[in-house]
Design a protein around this ligand. Structure first.
Ligand code: 6GU
Length: 230
């Protein structure tokens, strides 16, 4: 999979891409993530990427020309084969596990991280194919949401996670929260690990985990039990 991230603040996104799972996925060529500094696509001599909103109001709006130039340069490079141009915005559809699953099956995503007050509406009308939010709260830009989306999607690409089954047993992957987990020591400050986990009886362990997952989901997220999956 290829992912292009367009941002006015490339330093925010570069760091996390060079750590842990995302770094290893890139090293193993399972994903090719490219960060584009929007300012490099500015067309005027002042390299201006944002401007005041027509009609007044607070904040600056990202200008259309650099965004068009950048997205079109990417589209040209791949003969128009980009699957989705995603704008990260609080008024988009909320990212959830089913959406991450669907995006993980695409070959090429372009992510636009808007900053300031937003991006010129003409970019959204003409170039953007999908608008995604990461939750009902306001962040100061789309950079962290873009990273959240990348992390949620890349870890679902086959072979990215070491243990072949670990993405499948995540909270949310089958609509239930995870069971509690423990590691050594079996007793810490008088607190013992549930006996069943030390029993070696995998049938009992699986049954205990299923029970714990259902109990925890009922308690914390009854909404997950009520709704059907896609
Ligand atoms: Cl995608 N952008 C911003 N600025 N804030 C958000 C968001 C996105 N998702 C939740 N809050």
């Amino acid at each position: 999979m290829r992912i292009d991230i367009i941002t006015a603040l490339p330093d925010i996104v570069e760091g996390p891409l060079q750590q842990s799972i995302l770094r290893r996925a890139a090293e193993r060529r399972l994903v090719d993530i490219r960060v584009h500094d929007l300012r490099a696509y500015a067309t005027d001599k002042h390299r201006q990427i944002d401007d005041y909103p027509f009609g007044g109001g607070a904040g600056m709006v990202l200008k259309p020309e650099p965004l068009f130039a950048c997205v079109e340069a990417i589209q040209d490079e791949v003969d128009g084969k980009v699957d989705e141009v995603i704008y990260l915005t609080p008024d988009g559809q909320t990212l959830d596990q089913p959406l991450a699953n669907r995006l993980s099956m695409k070959d090429h995503l372009v992510l636009i991280a808007g900053h300031y007050k937003g991006i010129d509406q003409r970019v959204r009308d003409a170039l953007v194919t999908m608008e995604v939010s990461i939750g009902d709260y306001v962040l100061s830009g789309g950079e962290l949401p873009a990273l959240v989306l990348v992390d949620a999607v890349v870890r679902l690409i086959p072979d990215v996670l070491g243990d072949a089954s670990s993405a499948l047993t995540d909270s949310f992957q089958d609509g239930l929260l995870d069971a509690p987990v423990y590691t050594r020591p079996a007793e810490f400050r008088g607190l013992r690990v549930p006996e069943v986990l030390l029993s070696g009886d995998h049938q009992r362990i699986d049954a205990w985990r299923d029970e714990q997952r259902i109990r925890k989901t009922k308690e914390r997220r009854p909404d997950l039990l009520a709704c059907e999956k896609d």
